[in-house]
Design a protein around this ligand. Structure first.
Ligand SMILES: NC(=O)C1=CN([C@@H]2O[C@H](COP(=O)(O)OP(=O)(O)OC[C@H]3O[C@@H](n4cnc5c(N)ncnc54)[C@H](O)[C@@H]3O)[C@@H](O)[C@H]2O)C=CC1
Ligand SMILES: CC(=O)C(=O)O
Ligand SMILES: [K+]
Ligand SMILES: [Mn+2]
Length: 353
C-alpha cells in the first residue's frame, strides 16, 4: 500500500466549501485503486486565523508542511477581514516562494457540455506555463513621503535562472503535446525586462529544433485568446502575464470555477502545491453553489504529479461525463449544488472503474 501524506489548507471563502469535495473524490480514487491511500493533515491558516494570531500562518508553518508529499490548497483571501496583499503574501505566495514552486502550470481547454462564451471555440486546448517565483510579483520597492510627494516604486525582477527554467519547462511540455511554444512578451513597452525575456526565449529555442515558436505581445495575445484560442499549444509567460492569461483561459472554458493549477517545485527539495486558479469568491460564499470542478481537476493534476496518471485520467473522464450529463453548478449554466456535482462525479468514478 502506497501512502501519500497531503497537507490540506482550505483557506478562505469557497476554498472551505470545495476542498472537502475534492477530498471525497481522492478517497474514492484510493478505494478504486486499492493500492494507494491518502492521509490528510488539515491546517486552518486563513484570514480568520490572521484575526486570531496576527499572522496568516505560524512562523514554523513551512516546516510543518515540509514533510508532506503535496500541499492541497483551496483559496486565500477575505478582503473584508484582511487586505489582499497581506493575506496572499502571508500564505499563498509565502508557500510558493518558500517551497521554491517556481512554475505554475495551468491548462485550459474546451469542455464538451459547457457553453463557452465563444461562438466557435474550435476545440481549443492550451497550457500556460507561468513563471511563479519572481517577475512582477516582487517585494522590491517601497513607499516614501506623503501627500502630493507620495512616491511608490514597485520593481519587477527577472533572473536568467528563473526565466530559463520556466522556458525549459514550457519547451519540454510542448514536446509531449503539439510541439508549439508561444512566448508572452511586451518588449515594446517594458524596455529592460521583456527584451531580456525575448533574448532568453530565442537562446533556449535553439536547443529545441523540433519545437515551433512565436513571440506575441501580451495585449495582442490576450485578444487572440478570445478570437482564436485554438491556435495555441503551450504559452510561456511571466508571473503577472500568466496570472491574467489564465483567468482568460478559464473564462473561455466557461467559468473560472473549473480551471485547475499546479505550483511545481522542480528541485525535489520541497513539496509542490495544488490549488485551483480561482480565488475565494466572496460573492457566492455560503450559498452551496461554488463549482467544485476547479478543485477536483486540481486533484487530478496532483494525482498525475504523484505518478498516478491512470487515476488522473479516470478522474478527468468522469468530470467530463458528469458535465455532459448536465449536472452543473449555476456558473456553467446548471442548477446543481456543489455537493450534488461531487456526488455525481463519485458515482461516475465508481461505475467507470
Ligand atoms: N490563488 C488564490 O488563492 C487566489 C485568491 N484570490 C483572492 O480571492 C478573493 C476574491 O478575488 P476575486 O478577484 O473576486 O476572484 P475570484 O476568483 O475569487 O472570483 C471571481 C469571480 O469568479 C467566481 N468564481 C470563482 N470561483 C468560482 C467557483 N468555484 N464557482 C463558481 N464561481 C466562481 C466568483 O463568484 C466571482 O464572481 C480576493 O481576496 C483575492 O485576493 C484571487 C485569486 C486567486
Ligand atoms: C493570486 C492570483 O490571482 C493567482 O496566483 O492566480
Ligand atoms: K486558488
Ligand atoms: Mn489569479
Amino acid at each position: 500500500m502506497k501512502k501519500w501524506d497531503i497537507a490540506v489548507i482550505p483557506g478562505d471563502g469557497i476554498g472551505i466549501e470545495v476542498t472537502p469535495e475534492a477530498i471525497r473524490v481522492l478517497d474514492t480514487i484510493a478505494d478504486i485503486h486499492g493500492g494507494i491511500s491518502f492521509q490528510y493533515k488539515e491546517y486552518p491558516w486563513s484570514c480568520q486565523y490572521y484575526l486570531e494570531h496576527g499572522v496568516m500562518m505560524p512562523e514554523d508553518g513551512l516546516q510543518q508542511l515540509e514533510q508532506s508529499d503535496a500541499v492541497f490548497l483551496g483559496a486565500v483571501g477575505d478582503p473584508k477581514l484582511v487586505p489582499d496583499h497581506v493575506s496572499l503574501w502571508g500564505l499563498l505566495v509565502n508557500i510558493r516562494r518558500g517551497f521554491e514552486q517556481v512554475i505554475n502550470v495551468r491548462p485550459a481547454k474546451q469542455m464538451s457540455g459547457i457553453d463557452s462564451p465563444l461562438v466557435d471555440p474550435k476545440g481549443f486546448d492550451f497550457t500556460v506555463v507561468r513563471e511563479n517565483s519572481e517577475g512582477e510579483y516582487s517585494e522590491v520597492g517601497g513607499r516614501i513621503h506623503s501627500g502630493e510627494d507620495e512616491t511608490v516604486i514597485q520593481s519587477a525582477i527577472f533572473t536568467r535562472r528563473g526565466v530559463t527554467r520556466t522556458m525549459d519547462y514550457a519547451f519540454e511540455l510542448a514536446k509531449t503535446r503539439r510541439g508549439h511554444v508561444t512566448s508572452a512578451t511586451k518588449s515594446n513597452g517594458l524596455v529592460h525586462s521583456m527584451p531580456f525575456w525575448d533574448e532568453v526565449f530565442q537562446d533556449i529555442s535553439k536547443n529545441y529544433n523540433s519545437i515551433e515558436t512565436q513571440s506575441i505581445h501580451i495585449d495582442a495575445l490576450s485578444a487572440y485568446l478570445v478570437s482564436k484560442p485554438h491556435a495555441f499549444d503551450v504559452i510561456v509567460a511571466s508571473n503577472l502575464f500568466g496570472d491574467i492569461l489564465t483567468d482568460i483561459g478559464a473564462a473561455i472554458m466557461g467559468s473560472i470555477g473549473i480551471a485547475p493549477a499546479a505550483n511545481i517545485n522542480l528541485n525535489g527539495k520541497y513539496p509542490s502545491m495544488f490549488e485551483p486558479v480561482h480565488g475565494s469568491a466572496p460573492d457566492i460564499v455560503g450559498k452551496g453553489i461554488a463549482n467544485p470542478i476547479g478543485q477536483i481537476w486540481t486533484a487530478k493534476m496532483m494525482l498525475d504529479h504523484l505518478g498516478e496518471q491512470e487515476m488522473g485520467t479516470l478522474l478527468l473522464d468522469s468530470i467530463e461525463e458528469v458535465i455532459e450529463k448536465g449536472i452543473k453548478t449555476p456558473d456553467i449554466g446548471g442548477t446543481s449544488s456543489t455537493t450534488e456535482v461531487t456526488d455525481h462525479i463519485l458515482n461516475t468514478l465508481t461505475l467507470r472503474a
